[in-house]
Design a protein around this ligand. Structure first.
Ligand code: ZN
Length: 414
């Protein structure tokens, strides 16, 4: 057995892939930084944000004030509402096409750009390139989702350079909100360093060109980070709203659902029905891979967040996480058919990336070898933060895509 430690307040192990440390009391850095949410003066923080963005407003009105990355889920409505209605900015909305979009994703984006009267630009790579990239990164880091992260983290930066719009406004920085790598007071900004080492698991697109499988530089150049000279010529910077707004994705979604009809859905492998409704695989086969590699899944991310926001006890969160982490995967065949890959080939590539502190192979099966998840109950009780509300998430979907009006965007056939 290995002695992997788990936080006594939330459910994260010290092996969290984004990097997380436990203090002498056994509480993780994510939980400690989260305490700032109840300590900081958020009115003052928002005033700082207003001051920060003011110089970027286009006086002539001839160019966009900022770039705002969106998806069909994950706080997109809240971020755009904040930028347009509270900060009074004129954004260019941008998104990278992950290819595994749900119908809800398309509808949420369509209504979002219409309701807020925004221009919108999407990057879509060729399906053959995406397929080849998926195979390559399954080998390299056990992920078919890597190209999505690469695209989402660079397309907005390329748009900033191309349209000479220096300011990019993102939603939450996971290094702050999930693992407490930075304080809110650090006001951490977007960087190529963080993208490579945390978002992209240590690889840049430049590292995977020309390995003999026909994936050429010209195919994946859209995923390359712009040169420093181009970034400084425009003065590009990316800021994160969760450094200036007390981030509570559940409360944020519930208001934008009520005010703008944002659609949500029941998902296969998490109880959060708001954040990941835009992707067919994120709460499916992608999550099964996450469990295989790191020993925990998306439901545990959501449970940790809800424990910190006082809507779940540790025991309730653990029960939810363990339940969803063991649920069946229903979307694997769809992905394998699209990749043209057998199940055994697919899982052989992933098995190479299992965390050896968590898993050991024994007679063909993978066994957990960490001591598991149940730290000292007295320490857990001592550092529990109580519960003041329920973590109930509901699915809302009143819209339909089968009307006869013009279709500005529709599905792509691959
Ligand atoms: Zn914790």
């Amino acid at each position: 057995m290995t002695d992997v430690q788990y936080c006594v307040r939330c459910l994260y192990p010290e092996t969290h892939p984004l990097g997380l440390v436990l203090d002498e009391k056994g509480v993780c850095s994510g939980c400690r930084i989260h305490e700032e949410k109840d300590e900081l003066d958020w009115a003052e923080r928002f005033a700082r944000l207003e001051k920060l963005v003011a110089p970027y407003r286009s006086n002539s009105g001839l160019r966009y004030d900022c770039i705002v990355p969106i998806s069909g889920g994950r706080d997109s409505y809240f971020v755009v509402e904040t930028v347009v209605r509270r900060l009074g900015l004129n954004p260019l909305l941008v998104s990278y096409n992950r290819h595994y979009n749900t119908a809800i994703s398309h509808r949420n984006i369509a209504y979002l750009r219409t309701i807020f009267d925004c221009d919108y630009l999407q990057q879509t790579l060729s399906p053959d390139t995406v397929r080849a990239l998926c195979k390559r990164t399954l080998d390299l880091c056990g992920s078919f989702h890597w190209h999505t992260i690469a695209g989402q983290t660079v397309w907005p930066v390329q748009c900033a350079v191309r349209f000479r719009v220096p300011l990019i406004i993102w939603g939450a920085h996971q290094g702050v909100d999930q693992v407490g790598m930075f304080s809110h007071l650090d006001e951490v900004e977007m960087s190529r360093w963080y993208r490579k080492n945390h978002d992209l698991m240590g690889f840049e697109p430049e590292d995977i060109v020309d390995k003999g499988d026909g994936l050429l530089e010209r195919d994946i150049a859209p995923l390359f980070y712009p040169d420093d000279a181009d970034l400084s010529a425009v003065g590009v910077r990316g800021i994160y709203l969760n450094n200036y707004i007390r981030w509570d994705t559940k409360a944020q979604h519930e208001r934008t659902i009520a005010d703008y009809g944002e659609e949500t859905a029941t998902l296969a492998r998490t109880f959060d029905r708001y954040n990941n409704v835009d992707c067919v695989h994120f709460a499916g086969i992608h999550d099964a891979i996450k469990v295989a590699k790191h020993g925990y899944g998306l439901a545990r991310d959501h449970a940790c967040r809800e424990i910190r926001l006082k809507r779940l006890t540790r025991e309730e969160g653990l029960a939810l996480a363990e339940d969803y982490e063991s649920r069946p995967v229903t979307d694997e065949k769809m992905l394998l058919d699209w990749l043209g890959m057998s199940c055994s080939d697919f899982w052989a590539r992933i098995d190479r990336h299992r965390d050896s502190r968590i898993w050991r192979r024994s007679e063909g099966d993978w066994l957990r070898i960490d001591r598991q998840i149940h730290p000292d109950p007295d320490a857990c009780a001592l550092h529990a933060i109580g519960k003041i509300a329920e973590a109930d998430f509901s699915a809302h979907s009143q819209r339909s895509s089968d009307d006869e009006s013009y279709r500005v965007f529709s599905r792509g056939y691959v």
